[in-house]
Design a protein around this ligand. Structure first.
Ligand SMILES: *Cc1c(COP(=O)(O)O)cnc(C)c1O
Length: 379
């Protein structure tokens, strides 16, 4: 089955009891047993729920995986991955990481004796230097936030295989429409379903997908034991959202390209970070592992004026000032005072997050309206 068919059909079946074409919202905590141990495959909704299961199977299929598991948020999914490790184990992670991932690694799991190394993964030697017999996991995020760096997933996975280390990829920015890390050799794919998969800014959810039955067994054990599951209503909303993932992503990419080109030619704009531009330092890697380049764009202003950046993000009308990304509506954000405010200024500037950096989550509105909006704000 091709991707565009899978998003609509994979994992979902008409309801056996009624013929309902849409997967019902099984709003139930428990299931009647005919006699002890005799049931229809469901016992308790933390362990399993038919609406959630349909979504888990759909997600597995669109990520080229066999096993899907959904959680109450993206961070709950990350939490489950790190809980597969033991005290003394080490993790190598990208250094320009989603802030929440950095926070859970350093403020929650370091306390339990897991050690995290944060390296620039654009140079594979930085990973090699940190790998040792205690390394159990390499945590990759690509494209990264907000600099849109592209990590070579295949190269990282080859290095990990030589060292018998697991690789997990946070695929939130790319979505399975653009990139399938399992096919490139990764062991686990993680999603903040909150973003493009849900797609309508109305759900917080996370997911893990894998191909290895042993890894999946561990994930399901932790999902059930720690209990950070998502509810049936949210599962329904995401199943519905995913049915248009391919159409939305196609438009996000088309609008992204037009806006990246518009910004690249604007006299007040200094740098544009979008992996589809041939000027992007990792454009070739992006081209080899991604189907297209998405709708996430960052840019800086000539003169790097903080005041001007603040004015621009407050003057746009269609681009709404907000955190998050991946919804149908366009959002604008200012990383140095919003998502990255807790990072010391010098460190943040070293990684490219300068005072005037502005991040766009380009939505699926009419692109001429979006460009008009940016033109007015920039003037
Ligand atoms: C939002 C996000 C997360 C965290 O997901 P939540 O659903 O907010 O818990 C993790 N990684 C990336 C790249 C994200 O954008």
């Amino acid at each position: 089955m091709k991707f565009n068919t899978k998003v609509i059909h994979a994992g979902v079946h008409p309801d056996v009891a009624t013929g309902a074409i849409m997967t019902p919202i099984y709003q139930t905590s428990t299931y009647v047993q005919e006699e002890i141990g005799v049931h229809k495959g469901f016992e308790y909704s933390r362990t399993g729920n038919p609406t959630r299961q349909a979504l888990e199977n759909n997600l597995a299929a669109i990520e080229e995986g066999k096993f899907g598991a959904c959680f109450g948020s993206g961070l709950a999914a990350i939490d489950a991955v790190i809980k597969m490790l033991s005290p003394g184990d080490e993790v190598i992670s990208t250094n320009d990481l989603y802030g929440g991932s950095y926070r859970i690694f350093t403020t929650i799991f370091e306390k339990y004796g897991i050690k995290f190394h944060f390296v620039d993964m654009l140079n594979i030697n930085n990973i090699k230097e940190k790998i040792n017999s205690k390394t159990k996991l390499i945590w990759v995020e690509t494209p990264t936030n907000p600099m849109m760096n592209i990590v070579d997933i295949k190269k990282v996975c080859e290095l990990a295989k030589e060292n018998k280390t697991m690789v997990a990829v946070d695929n939130t920015f790319a979505t399975p429409y653009l990139q399938n890390p399992l096919s490139l050799g990764a062991d686990i794919v993680m999603h903040s379903v909150t973003k493009y998969l849900g797609g309508h800014s109305d759900v917080v959810m996370g997911a893990l997908v894998s191909n290895d039955s042993k890894i999946a067994e561990e994930i399901y054990r932790i999902q059930n034991s720690s209990g950070a599951v998502c509810g049936p209503m949210d599962s329904f909303l995401v199943l519905r959202g995913i049915k248009t993932l391919h159409l939305r992503m196609q438009r996000h990419c088309e609008n992204g390209e037009k806006i990246a080109n518009f910004l690249a030619q604007h006299p007040k704009v200094e740098n544009v970070y979008w992996p589809g531009l041939t000027s992007h330092p990792n454009h070739d890697v992006a081209k080899s592992q991604m189907k297209d380049f998405g709708g996430m764009i960052s840019f800086t202003l000539v003169g790097d004026s903080l005041e001007m950046a603040k004015q621009i993000v407050s003057k746009t009308e269609l681009f709404t000032l907000a955190e998050s990304l991946g919804g149908v509506e366009s959002l604008i954000g200012h990383p140095s005072t919003m998502t990255h405010a807790s990072i010391p200024r010098e460190e943040r500037i070293k990684s490219g997050v300068v005072d005037s950096l502005i991040r766009l989550s380009v939505g699926i509105e009419d692109v001429t309206d979006l460009i008009d909006d940016l033109t007015k704000a920039l003037n």
